[in-house]
Design a protein around this ligand. Structure first.
Ligand code: SF4
Ligand code: SF4
Length: 381
């Protein structure tokens, strides 16, 4: 059910989710220029003006029930044309962070987005716990040759991977259910039949894999770079969760073996994508990089260092340096685990789940309305 309760503190709260001075929607006088230039807006979703208006009025429930902030891909065109310097693109970004915190029942997303101490401290804590686990429970240390699987038995690491993957999935799914509750149960008066969910289900993996809407609003190289990054990221996740014994081996395979070139592909695109993201934020040349919240830095930095340490493990192993391999492997996991269990479900990268979900939910609503009209049609003839 739609609610119109005003929350006078909403704007103050929202500002905590934006980089200093970047949420300036008080300056907005609702001219509509931003919506007119936005390449992704539509009659049903006239953002960003509508969401800015809701923010100004403190209509918290209506914002929670809207998927519009997820339909924006931060091209920045609206900000460039705003006559009041209201920073509408950054306002959408802050709103997405705020929504991530609202979906998250644990409260961790809120802590991470509003406190750098919490975010960095939690990453350090999980990293230290992983390092301590290796210090106390590592396998025999062989020093006359590299035996990584003796130092870190692959079966044990694989069980750890599964625990990590299940935790990640549990938090993402439970938070996605809350998102569903806001948007699909409270946010529409249309009765949504299961058949509508089933009929549009294809769009979920499709938009997750392609981020096709982004290609509409961003210049193509950025979209391709993002696509490559996601492909490397998903490939690595699948390898370490499902095929670790095949990947973490003391056998040296020939260069043409898929174990090697799949690993090389993933590391190259991850290094390139994460490096490009970090460079873009340092350079600040593009609208979307003008303001960098701590959470915008954290993921690419972690991804870059995880990939770099993964490459170093590979080099040390091939160079026959046992201690360097073992130590770098521990550092690699001490960065990898917090990145996956903290940053993906609670940090910026949760948008990889929320964006396609929002597009899916909107498609389901449209389908449900069509089905409702089709049912009513014979009675009105
Ligand atoms: S954000 Fe700027 S462009 Fe958009 S409605 Fe407000 S004043 Fe106009
Ligand atoms: S940043 Fe781009 S996609 Fe987002 S609201 Fe502005 S113009 Fe639209």
């Amino acid at each position: 059910m739609m609610a119109n309760r005003m929350d006078p503190n909403l704007l103050i709260d929202l500002k905590r989710y934006g980089e200093k001075g970047a949420v300036n929607i008080e300056a907005c006088f609702n001219c509509g220029n931003c919506t007119a230039v936005c390449p992704l807006t539509s009659d049903d979703h006239p953002f960003p003006r509508n969401t800015i208006r809701l923010m100004q009025l403190g209509l918290k429930d209506q914002i929670l029930q809207s998927s519009d902030p997820w339909l924006c891909y931060y091209c920045g065109e609206c900000t460039e044309t705003c006559p009041r310097g209201a920073e509408p693109a950054e306002a959408q970004m802050a709103l997405r962070r705020w929504l991530t915190a609202q979906y998250d029942w644990t409260g961790l997303a809120r802590k991470f987005y509003t406190s750098e101490v919490w975010e960095i401290g939690s990453i350090i804590l999980v990293g230290v716990l992983i390092a301590l686990a290796f210090i106390f429970f590592h396998g025999p240390i062989v020093t006359d040759q590299v035996e990584l699987n003796t130092f870190a038995p692959v079966d044990v690491i694989h069980i750890g991977d599964w625990i990590m993957a299940l935790l990640l999935l549990f938090f993402l799914l439970t938070n996605a259910l809350r998102m569903h509750n806001f948007i699909m149960r409270r946010g529409t008066k249309t009765k949504i039949p299961l058949a509508a969910y089933a009929s549009e289900l294809w769009s979920l993996p499709y938009h997750f894999a392609t981020q096709k809407r982004w290609a509409t609003c961003e210049e193509r190289p950025s979209w391709i770079s993002h696509l490559l990054l996601v492909s490397g990221y998903v490939l690595m996740l699948v390898i370490i969760v499902f095929f670790l014994p095949w990947f973490q081996t003391d056998n040296v395979y020939p260069l043409y073996h898929p174990q090697r070139w799949l690993g090389y592909y993933a590391t190259i695109v991850l290094l390139y994508g994460a490096g490009r993201a970090i460079w873009g934020r340092l350079e600040k040349a593009r609208q979307m990089h003008r303001f960098s919240h701590a959470s915008d830095w954290m993921f690419p930095i972690l991804l870059f260092t995880v990939t770099l340490t993964g490459i170093l493990v590979h080099i040390f192993r091939y160079a026959g340096l046992p201690m360097a391999t073992y130590v770098t492997y521990v550092v690699h996991l001490a960065l990898l685990v917090p990145m996956l269990v903290l940053e993906v479900p609670f940090g910026k990268w949760s948008h990889l789940a929320y964006r396609p979900l929002a597009i899916y939910f909107e498609a389901v609503k449209v389908k449900a309305r069509e089905m409702e009209q089709a049912e009513l049609a014979p009675a009105t003839v």
